[in-house]
Write a protein that binds this ligand. Structure first.
Ligand code: ADP
Length: 490
């Protein structure tokens, strides 16, 4: 159970905490124990339309305010989240499962978007472009796009809320946000603090419930001008199709299949440390987690040996226990996919070095696993495993490594370790991804643009780029500016 005043079992619509129109609810459970934590509204189309109407009503007064005024609200919100950071982290671990230390890190990351966009919203500037006629002027206005719909995943229940809401609100947009059904409580708690910070009614609406029904209503609405989605590639494609009819802008952060290349000139200790972090963080359940380790043949045995030793020391358990490195998987579907990927690889000839099965703790816990000698035909190489399973293969040349790394329809993150300056440039440029970790396994910072290429998505979040999708460009052509002499007829 959680003890926090921030626990909400209602959705936030038009500044009020509401039940679903038809009164239905669904349970939120702790993935570490299976215990029920709370029940939240099972909302659908009618509730979504009410939230969109509230956001539309709130839009004009919110966008009319100065950017500085909106920044003050976001800053206050960041302060409140900081004051409640421990409670928010505990709630996050309870509904999501990740170790408490990682949850604390995520709350800090979530706060950073509020702080960053409070400032960035004040830098959305227009332009004056030299005109093509003496009596005209060309002005470019940058204005909020309008009502935006946000759909967020369960692996970052707090950070994905502010990564979308902060730039939207800073730019002057209003929001209807639907968190993942597995982890709605962090979103509702953060929204409660936003309300306390001074967000006016209707500016941020958070609705929980039937994902396809809410998604359909958001996509079909002509009032909603942007859908910002983070989640699976499959749902991203569906939303793209659903948004075609109303010609909406889309920001999509979708799945990845991150390669992690280790060249023979790399610092092997640093590579192993980064490899463990980038694979087992959040039990492997982030879209930038490494999915494929590609190691130069001359060092593959040594790398695999050191890496497997480090993985063998990872502590599995309830995220609330001190010292735990790897928590449970989010649900039974997640566990089934991980087990199926391991079985497929072993069946096709991969060598199992450690782990390979559900953990003795039961539930959705899975042993940290390392597979060697994987091949491109195996599911672990082609699909995002989203679990604590490392798949290692080898390559001979830089060209072969890059070719293997790019042999996927995804293009989110990619990592590589080398101490050769020329190779560092060549490989960074050649990887078909939106984000590269060079001699690091860590990417997520609020000041840098996060996003993917190919089927990993559209648009960027974070940094000054991350506010762009929430802003429309309007050109104003001004005529009739004749000179005073011309006006006097001289
Ligand atoms: P995962 O498979 O990792 O849970 P999803 O893409 O299914 O990823 O989930 C990401 C978010 O998308 C969640 O908020 C989920 O509720 C939502 N979602 C799932 N299906 C749909 C849908 N058909 N329309 C709109 N949102 C959806």
């Amino acid at each position: 159970m959680v003890s926090t005043t921030l626990l909400r079992e209602a959705a936030l619509v038009d500044g009020q905490w509401r039940a679903a129109a038809d009164g239905r609810v669904f349970d939120v459970t702790d993935p570490a124990t299976g215990a029920k934590i709370a029940a939240v509204p099972l909302m659908a189309e009618a509730d979504t339309e009410a939230a969109i109407a509230a956001a539309a009503k709130a839009l004009r007064p919110w966008r009319r305010r100065t950017a500085k005024d909106r920044a003050a609200v976001l800053t206050r919100w960041a302060q409140l989240m900081t004051e409640h950071a421990d409670e928010l982290a505990e709630l996050l671990t309870t509904e999501q499962g990740k170790p408490l230390a990682e949850a604390r890190g995520e709350i800090g990351y979530a706060i950073s978007f509020l702080t960053f966009y409070a400032a960035e919203g004040q830098r959305v500037r227009g332009e004056i472009i030299p005109a093509t006629a003496e009596d005209s002027r060309i002005m470019v206005l940058r204005q909020p796009i309008g009502v935006v719909g946000c759909i967020t995943p369960w692996n970052f229940p707090a950070a994905m809320i502010t990564r979308k809401a902060a730039p939207a609100l800073a730019a002057g947009c209003t929001v209807v946000l639907k968190p993942a059904e597995q982890t709605p409580l962090s979103a509702l708690a953060i929204a409660a603090l936003g309300q306390e910070a001074g967000l006016p009614a209707g500016v941020l609406n958070v609705i929980t419930g039937d994902a396809p029904a809410i998604g359909r209503a958001l996509c079909a609405s002509p009032t909603v001008r942007l859908i910002s989605f983070t989640g699976s590639t499959e749902v991203g494609k569906l939303l793209s199709a659903q948004c075609a009819d109303t010609v909406k802008r889309l920001t999509l952060e979708l799945g990845g299949n991150a390669p992690f290349l280790v060249f023979e000139d790399a610092d092997l200790d640093a590579a192993v440390t980064a490899a463990v972090l980038s694979k087992y963080r959040h039990s492997g359940q982030t879209c930038v987690c490494t999915n494929r380790f590609l190691v130069q043949a001359s060092i593959v045995e040594e790398f695999t040996h050191r890496f497997t030793a480090a993985v063998g020391k990872l502590a599995v358990g309830n995220g609330k226990q001190p010292g735990v490195d790897v928590g449970p998987l989010i649900d039974a579907d997640g566990l089934a996919k991980v087990a199926a990927h391991v079985d497929d690889a072993v069946h096709k000839g991969a060598r199992l070095l450690v782990g390979g099965a559900p953990h003795a703790l039961g539930g959705t816990f899975f042993q940290p696993t390392v597979l060697a000698d994987v091949t491109p035909q195996m599911r672990v190489m082609r699909e995002e495993t989203f679990g604590p399973v490392a798949a290692i293969t080898s390559f001979d040349t830089e060209e072969a490594a890059v070719e293997l790394a790019n042999d996927t329809r995804s293009g989110l993150a990619g990592y590589f370790f080398t101490n050769d300056l020329g190779r560092a440039w060549r490989v960074a440029e050649a990887l078909e991804v939106g984000m590269v970790g060079l001699n690091t396994g860590f990417l997520s910072v609020e000041v840098a643009p996060f996003g993917g290429v190919k089927e990993s998505g559209l648009g960027r979040e974070g940094s000054h780029h991350g506010i762009e999708d929430f802003v429309e460009t309007k050109f104003v052509h001004i005529g009739g500016i004749s000179s005073p002499g011309a006006a006097a007829g001289s």
